[in-house]
Structure formats: structure tokens, C-alpha cells
Design a protein around this ligand. Structure first.
Ligand code: PXP
Length: 248
């Protein structure tokens, strides 16, 4: 299968994390999003968590009004988030599991175990024109359920692969990668657009970016960290370069 250009969605949550650490107004997530856009990002992702630990409601409003590239509104499938998403009508809504105690989104969404509720949950979002994405593991049941409920997109969770790679467990990372490839193939065959993300870095991005069915990667924490050393624009440009190289 021909490899189309991969889109890069930049997640700016952790600009807000740094801001909130001091209760100040800076660094400003909108400014980061505009810099990312200027550096070639194809979209901006922001996760409005129930506890508002990083992105806040006003950030989401400012991003929605201020950026010229698609906004991917990441949230848990709660009534409160549906109300906000239906008011803003962002380009995309990515549904993720959320636990209060977790440091980051730990696993994929259990779509297969919640088919009836999620079908009803996403119907008004779809009617409002949002591309609804399910953040899932590579498990065939979850991918098939995502197609069944009418989602347009699945985003495959690369966190486990990233952890194995970081720990030097190469054989296990390769097995996980093979499962991600298989999941991408299945999702594509079911008519889903396939995205991936979580824990991606310069060192581990290439084999993921090379998966032909993928259309988009969403990357946040590493890029915001790397921006301390390189600046946000150059950090994004380097990721873009590695993604493009992996697809040639
Ligand atoms: N995609 C989803 C659905 C996520 O929840 C996250 C983390 O917020 C990311 C991508 C980006 O992960 P990271 O910050 O580790 O790059």
C-alpha cells in the first residue's frame, strides 16, 4: 500500500501544565499552538480533562477561535464534555478513558464493552460534523466495535510500544509493533481512518510512522520537553523530518 504523507497533530497540554504549576498566565497554550502551526503542524490536540489539570475551558475556547488548523478536542465520554464539544463543534473529538489518579491516559477506551452508550454518545457529535475518534488498543474487538458504532477514526495507543522501547526490551517492542501494524490493517479494512499516538519520541517514531495505513500521529509530551532545548518550532520540524523519512 502506498504511503501517503502522515499528518502531525501536536498536543499542547503540557504547555498548560507548566503554566498551571505557577498559577500564572504563561506559557500560553494558544501561543504554542500558533507556533506549532507556523512550524508545519497539521493539527492541534488538547485534552480537557475532568479535573482541568492542564487545559482549561478558556484554553479550548481560545484554541478553537485562534488557530487556523484543525482542532482535535480530546476528552472522556461524559455528559459535560459532550455539552462543551457540541457548543464548540471542533474539527475532531477524540474519546479517551480517563481516571483521576492516572498521570496520563493509560489504556485504550473499552468501546466493545460500551457499544450502546457510545453509539448514542457520538451520534450528536457526528450530526454536528465532528470527526469522532476512538483511542483504543490494537485489540481487534475494540477496533471492530469502533467501526460498528460509527466512529470515523481510531487512534491506536502506542504507549506500551513506547515503554518497551524505552526499557530496551526490543523483542517485545517488535511484537507490540507487529500488533499495531495488524490493528492498523484491520481498522483500514473496516473503513476507519487510522491515527496513532502516545509516548512517541525521535527515537521510537520511525517504525510507527512507517505503518502504511496510518494517516496521523498525535505527539505532545516529548515535543514540549524538547522545545526547552531546541525551541518549539525546530522540535516540531525535526519530528516532521523523521516522520517523512520513515515513509520514503
Ligand atoms: N493521543 C492521545 C489520545 C493522548 O491521550 C495523548 C496524551 O495526551 C497523546 C496522543 C499524546 O501523547 P504524548 O503526550 O505522550 O505524546
Amino acid at each position: 500500500m502506498a504511503r501517503e504523507r502522515l499528518r502531525l497533530g501536536v498536543n499542547i497540554d503540557h504547555v498548560a501544565t507548566v503554566r498551571n504549576a505557577r498559577g500564572s498566565a504563561w506559557p500560553d497554550p494558544l501561543r504554542a499552538a500558533l507556533l506549532a502551526e507556523a512550524a508545519g503542524a497539521d493539527g492541534i490536540t488538547a485534552h480537557l480533562r475532568e479535573d482541568r489539570r492542564h487545559i482549561r475551558d478558556a484554553d479550548m475556547e481560545a484554541l478553537h477561535a485562534g488557530i487556523g488548523i484543525p482542532l482535535n478536542f480530546e476528552c472522556a465520554a461524559t455528559a459535560e464534555m459532550a455539552r462543551i464539544a457540541l457548543r464548540l463543534k471542533p474539527h475532531a473529538v477524540c474519546l479517551v478513558p480517563e481516571k483521576r489518579e492516572e498521570r496520563t491516559t493509560e489504556g485504550g477506551l473499552d468501546v466493545a464493552g460500551d457499544v450502546a452508550r457510545l453509539t448514542d454518545y457520538i451520534a450528536p457529535l457526528r450530526a454536528a460534523g465532528c470527526r469522532v475518534s476512538m483511542f483504543v488498543g490494537h485489540d481487534a474487538r475494540q477496533i471492530e466495535a469502533s467501526a460498528r458504532i460509527g466512529a470515523a477514526v481510531v487512534e491506536l495507543h502506542t504507549g506500551h510500544y513506547s515503554d518497551l522501547h524505552a526499557e530496551g526490551r526490543e523483542a517485545e517492542a517488535e511484537t507490540e509493533l507487529a500488533a499495531l501494524r495488524e490493528g492498523a490493517r484491520l481498522a483500514h479494512s473496516l473503513g476507519l481512518e487510522v491515527h496513532a499516538g502516545h509516548g512517541l519520541t525521535y527515537d521510537n517514531v520511525a517504525p510507527v510512522a512507517a505503518i502504511p495505513e496510518l494517516r496521523e500521529l498525535n505527539i505532545g509530551h516529548f515535543l514540549i520537553g524538547e522545545a526547552i532545548f531546541l525551541g518549539l518550532g525546530p522540535a516540531i520540524e525535526e519530528m516532521r523530518r523523521r516522520m517523512d523519512k520513515a515513509r520514503t
